[in-house]
Ligand binder design. Structure first.
Ligand code: FDM
Ligand code: MG
Length: 212
């Protein structure tokens, strides 16, 4: 990095089906990075705290009905409203672990039948992750883990479709992690990948944009 400037933080996204272990691993990763001396924040999308996030939350819990394209654009708007803060955090040296991002946006909406390119369009220009950790598990295995809640999308048949669309979104920033292994094994694998990435970013890897 430039003389005097702080090394930038890394943008680490964690994706996967419901019950793949994302949230647990995100919390563990955050404390690992903090204890290794890297300032880190844990974010998640949807961010249900904002007013857009509250509309999303009402939709997910079946308290409201929205057209498929409308809810898609709200999920996207929920990322756009955090974009400038995200950039500021990264540039001032904070690593962000983000539980779900644009890949969830595209995979879930495409699984409902919307076109992939249409779904990607509103994501163009958001910050591209330095690393995407995909916690890979079959929908059947995931469902065995204490089952789903009763939010929208938490059904095996729908999750199977989502996992197919996730596969079409893979690119060189992705690392596929076998989420069927023990919690400790998954944790160790994630730590290796992320530490390398945090170093690369501190050494000047530049930020880029989705989807290019
Ligand atoms: N989801 C999440 C989407 O459909 N689009 C998005 O852009 C995002 C970020 O919302 F079923 C779906 C995925 C999941 C639901 O997510 C709520 P959490 O992680 O369970 O809160
Ligand atoms: Mg959920």
């Amino acid at each position: 990095s430039e003389a005097g400037a702080k090394p930038r933080g890394a943008l680490i996204v964690v994706e996967g089906l419901d019950r793949s272990g994302k949230s647990t691993q995100c919390v563990k990763l955050r404390s690992f990075l903090e204890s290794s001396g890297h300032p880190t924040e844990l974010w998640r999308f949807p961010d249900r705290e904002t007013s857009v996030g509250q509309m999303i939350s009402a939709y997910l819990s079946n308290k409201s009905q929205l057209d498929d394209r409308t809810i898609h654009l709200l999920f996207s708007a929920n990322r756009w409203e955090k974009r400038s803060l995200m950039e500021e955090k990264l540039k001032t040296g904070t690593t962000l672990i983000v539980d779900r991002y644009s890949y969830s946006g595209v995979a879930f909406s495409s699984a409902k039948g919307l076109g992939i390119e249409w779904c990607k369009a509103p994501e163009v220009g958001l910050l591209a992750p330095d690393s995407v950790l995909y916690l890979d598990i079959s929908p059947e295995r995931a469902a065995e883990r204490g089952g789903y809640g009763d939010e929208r999308y938490e059904r095996v048949d729908f999750q199977r479709k989502v996992s197919e669309f996730y596969q079409t979104l893979r690119d060189s920033s992705w690392k596929i992690i076998d989420a069927g292994e023990t919690m400790e094994e998954v944790e160790k694998k994630i730590q290796q990948v992320v530490l390398d990435k945090v170093k690369e970013c501190a050494q000047g890897k530049s930020l880029s944009l989705l989807w290019s």
